[in-house]
Ligand binder design. Sequence first.
Ligand SMILES: *[C@@H]1O[C@H](CO)[C@@H](O)[C@H](O)[C@H]1NC(C)=O
Ligand SMILES: *[C@@H]1O[C@H](CO)[C@@H](O)[C@H](O)[C@H]1NC(C)=O
Ligand SMILES: *[C@@H]1O[C@H](CO)[C@@H](O)[C@H](O)[C@H]1NC(C)=O
Ligand SMILES: *[C@@H]1O[C@H](CO)[C@@H](O)[C@H](O)[C@H]1NC(C)=O
Ligand SMILES: *[C@@H]1O[C@H](CO)[C@@H](O)[C@H](O)[C@H]1NC(C)=O
Ligand SMILES: *[C@@H]1O[C@H](CO)[C@@H](O)[C@H](O)[C@H]1NC(C)=O
Ligand SMILES: *[C@@H]1O[C@H](CO)[C@@H](O)[C@H](O)[C@H]1NC(C)=O
Ligand SMILES: *[C@@H]1O[C@H](CO)[C@@H](O)[C@H](O)[C@H]1NC(C)=O
Ligand SMILES: *[C@@H]1O[C@H](CO)[C@@H](O)[C@H](O)[C@H]1NC(C)=O
Ligand SMILES: CC(=O)N[C@H]1CO[C@H](CO)[C@@H](O)[C@@H]1O
Length: 398
Amino acid sequence: MAAFTLSWTVILTAAAAFALGFASTFSTSHSTYRIPATVQNGPAHARFEVDTPGGKLGIQSRQSLDAPMLSSINSSVFDWWYFDAVSLDDPRESLVLTFFTSTADAFPFLDSTQESVLIAYAWASFRNGSSWSGYLPATLATVDISGDGEAEADGNVSSGMWNDTGLQWNASKEDLSAYEVSVNSPELDVKGKLSFTSIAPHVGWVNLVPDAVGSVDMTIRGSRLDFVGAAYHDKNWSDRNFTESVRSWYWGHGRLGAYSIVWFSYLAINDPTNTTYVSSYVARDGETIVDACDVSLLTVRPTGSPNTTGSRYPPYVGDIPDGFKLDFALREYQRLRVNVSTESKVAGDGEYYMRWTGSIKGEVVEVGMDSSSESVLESSITGVAVFEQFHMLERGSS
Ligand SMILES: *[C@@H]1O[C@H](CO)[C@@H](O)[C@H](O)[C@H]1NC(C)=O
Ligand SMILES: *[C@@H]1O[C@H](CO)[C@@H](O)[C@H](O)[C@H]1NC(C)=O
Ligand SMILES: *[C@@H]1O[C@H](CO)[C@@H](O)[C@H](O)[C@H]1NC(C)=O
Ligand SMILES: *[C@@H]1O[C@H](CO)[C@@H](O)[C@H](O)[C@H]1NC(C)=O
Ligand SMILES: *[C@@H]1O[C@H](CO)[C@@H](O)[C@H](O)[C@H]1NC(C)=O
Ligand SMILES: *[C@@H]1O[C@H](CO)[C@@H](O)[C@H](O)[C@H]1NC(C)=O
Ligand SMILES: *[C@@H]1O[C@H](CO)[C@@H](O)[C@H](O)[C@H]1NC(C)=O
Ligand SMILES: *[C@@H]1O[C@H](CO)[C@@H](O)[C@H](O)[C@H]1NC(C)=O
Ligand SMILES: *[C@@H]1O[C@H](CO)[C@@H](O)[C@H](O)[C@H]1NC(C)=O
Ligand SMILES: CC(=O)N[C@H]1CO[C@H](CO)[C@@H](O)[C@@H]1O
């Protein structure tokens, strides 16, 4: 009964917020959002609050995180569902699938000639270092979220379909610990799926699935992409234009040894206080060690070759690093330091936006109370990562 009451509250809140926008139907246990392809006029309402009783994310809140976060898509807001996997054997192999609800005005990395705000995007990279990407506009998106922790008759608790692109996702476990994203597109000449099972359920609230055992089985224009690796799912949304918000943005996730990590470090544009915003997630064997946004918990810096601007920080448009240096605080006096090296370019324009995959190497150190002495607790922990940067400030502007 308690679960029922909580779920009803969540649904009512969502119903009130969304009444203005998408056609949606609600029952006590189920919400269906139908998102039209055309850009809407007028203000969009964003949901930023998610119930986290006792600091933990309950099943209902968790499911509601997979719902659309905006009441409508006007020309200055964005909301997307992101899924990826990178091979543990060879980080040059990767797959990213993203379901966008956004115009190119709001998120300038989309094709500005597209009329539809519903874009299903796929990126793949191969062992030989080459990469491929393709996208399709949808005519309608349908997102189904079950609200009370019970799967609907169709077995899904979260599903999304970008009609008729052939890209869709579904999750049937009530805690959203397993997803399947499938592609069946004669137009792109891509067919197959990415399946994953979370190795750390019931944790991070920003990252719906911070690390998962992912398996990819896909045929892309006649080439096979078939691997097991580190997978990830999150959602991102904003009630403002991306360009009006971001100066620089570093994000990535990876797995090294027993550790799962997610990093995010962000500088806002035109911010007189020059505040760094971070989000840090570290788990060991699926047990969360850090899941917080305190700036003291994480430092992310680009690294680059001498005589290049690759390591410049704060960065400008066109600065291309060779990798990143991550410094995570684990516990008092304990840090996880990780070097990230770019290996394959998966996406990007070489100026404002880049996404790579690569290998990572870390160590855990104990730092003396006066910070002058250090002892290594774990060394040479190796792994793989998917990571990206946005540099939105032109040199010469302020
Ligand atoms: C879209 O919605 C946002 C958030 O409510 C609002 O700030 C913005 O002005 C709206 N944009 C348009 C073009 O109506
Ligand atoms: C959003 O950003 C674009 C640049 O990508 C800019 O041209 C446009 O004027 C901005 N739109 C709004 C509503 O501020
Ligand atoms: C669950 O969702 C997937 C993807 O949208 C869909 O193909 C499938 O039919 C749904 N499951 C069932 C049992 O209907
Ligand atoms: C969306 O596409 C699926 C699969 O092609 C189809 O079964 C479904 O009826 C479509 N939904 C709508 C509302 O067109
Ligand atoms: C997704 O839906 C398909 C079709 O109903 C089902 O076979 C599969 O188990 C579902 N996957 C997950 C992760 O829920
Ligand atoms: C690299 O591999 C991909 C996928 O197998 C293939 O399509 C592409 O032609 C290859 N490129 C080169 C330069 O061999
Ligand atoms: C802004 O903050 C960053 C990170 O702390 C620092 O590297 C940079 O020098 C600061 N810039 C200015 C203008 O204060
Ligand atoms: C960097 O530039 C300096 C001065 O121009 C030059 O002496 C040095 O050899 C360069 N280093 C590299 C690695 O290119
Ligand atoms: C990271 O790279 C720096 C120098 O570039 C090196 O001193 C450090 O030992 C490396 N850390 C690890 C964990 O490999
Ligand atoms: C990397 C990333 O995508 N992070 C952001 C996604 O959206 C949430 C909610 O707006 C932010 O809190 C994350 O930092």
